[in-house]
Ligand binder design. Structure first.
Ligand code: SF4
Length: 350
């Protein structure tokens, strides 16, 4: 039985032809610093097949900064952090959105553009933060902290967003918290992001106990070792990292913020304390900068592969749906974030 499945997959695998090599040559030219030449013939037939089928399906491919370079630079139409992908999903007029990221991102795309078919190539592309909290947990917290608004990181299920007053991403968390005009907020579910936000504002931040399984692995002592080894290195860290790691960094911010720092600082050597593929993807745009890569991969992001994306477009799977009753409330929390402007203040009443 297993042999039959493998035979079927092999029979459906796209072939490396001279035409495919020609078509994908300009893409590989950009990627040659991060993908060895010997590997490209494996990726190229999938890249060519996906680009063709994507056009036939009138699909748009959105890829998160943590996707592998052959996806990020090879097949994606739009790339970025969670906030950028949410904005792009909201405004696309493509009929199909293929989300190369994790499940909560696909749900957010569906919330913001409900008439579109949203596909995720692997249903197991989850997130340790999203898995750390349930809607019942949020209801319980509200009972313990009556009247305190709930700010929820987008790395949560639609059902948790539906229990929230407003969403945020790591790019706007501090501003969103301050926009509510209250002296305290419940901030869910990332404990470390909550601590970082608390360090940046006078608002009392009540955290949950969720953690990103990728960022929590970084250690401050490792960063000190890198500094000794590479004098002058610029260290950029994601706020999902532990506080002692952030204390060692030259800059703390979202993945989009890190990219801006690389562009602005024009540093010779950079260490991005975040998921490993991010450095590969950014290094394509900044070939003069040397990226030191402490390699922590997100196992969920890496569920998305080129064969998986091709299969997704061929079979139109896996379609992401959100219960309409949940969607209407979750959409309100996400919309409040997207409508957010630093000068405006939100009423937090549900
Ligand atoms: S990197 Fe962390 S926060 Fe991002 S999807 Fe993976 S587990 Fe979730």
């Amino acid at each position: 039985m297993g042999g039959e499945i493998l035979d079927k997959q092999a029979a459906e695998a796209p072939l490396l032809t001279p035409e495919v090599i020609r078509e994908t040559a300009p893409i590989y030219k950009r990627l040659r610093h991060v993908i060895p030449e010997i590997e490209w013939p494996v990726h190229a037939p999938y890249v060519a097949a996906i680009l063709k089928l994507k056009a036939e399906r009138k699909a748009v491919i959105l890829a998160h900064n943590y996707q592998a370079p052959e996806i990020f630079h090879g097949i994606a139409d739009l790339t970025g952090d969670s906030l950028a992908l949410a904005r792009e999903a909201a405004k696309t007029d493509a009929e199909v959105i293929v989300l190369c990221g994790v499940h909560f991102m696909a749900e957010t795309a569906k919330l913001l553009n409900p008439s579109k078919t949203v596909l995720i190539p692997d249903l197991e592309a989850g997130c340790s933060l999203a898995a750390s909290i349930t809607p019942e947990d949020v209801r319980l917290l509200r009972r313990h902290h009556p009247g305190v608004p709930v700010v929820t990181y987008v790395n949560t299920s639609a059902a948790v967003k539906a229990e929230s007053d407003i969403c945020c991403t790591s790019a706007n968390a501090v501003e969103v918290v301050e926009s509510l005009g209250t002296d305290r907020v419940l901030f869910l579910p990332d404990e470390y992001l909550a601590k970082y936000v608390a360090s940046q504002t006078g608002v009392k931040v009540i955290p949950w106990k969720g953690r990103c399984e990728v960022h929590e692995k970084f250690a401050a002592k490792d960063l000190r070792t890198y500094r000794e080894q590479f004098p002058g290195i610029v260290i950029l860290a994601h706020p999902e990292c532990p506080p002692d790691v952030l204390a060692e960094a030259d800059f703390v911010g979202s993945t989009a913020g890190m990219i801006r720092e690389v562009a602005n600082r024009k540093a010779r050597r950079v260490l991005m304390v975040t998921e490993c593929s991010m450095s590969d993807n950014v290094s394509v745009e900044f070939p003069q900068t040397e990226f030191i890569r402490p390699c922590n991969l997100c196992p969920h992001m890496k569920k998305i592969t080129l064969p998986g994306v091709l299969d997704s477009l061929r079979s139109m799977k896996y379609v992401v749906e959100v219960d309409p009753g949940v969607a209407v409330r979750a959409r309100r929390a996400v919309r409040r974030m997207l409508d957010f402007a630093p000068q405006s203040r939100h009423s937090y009443a549900k």
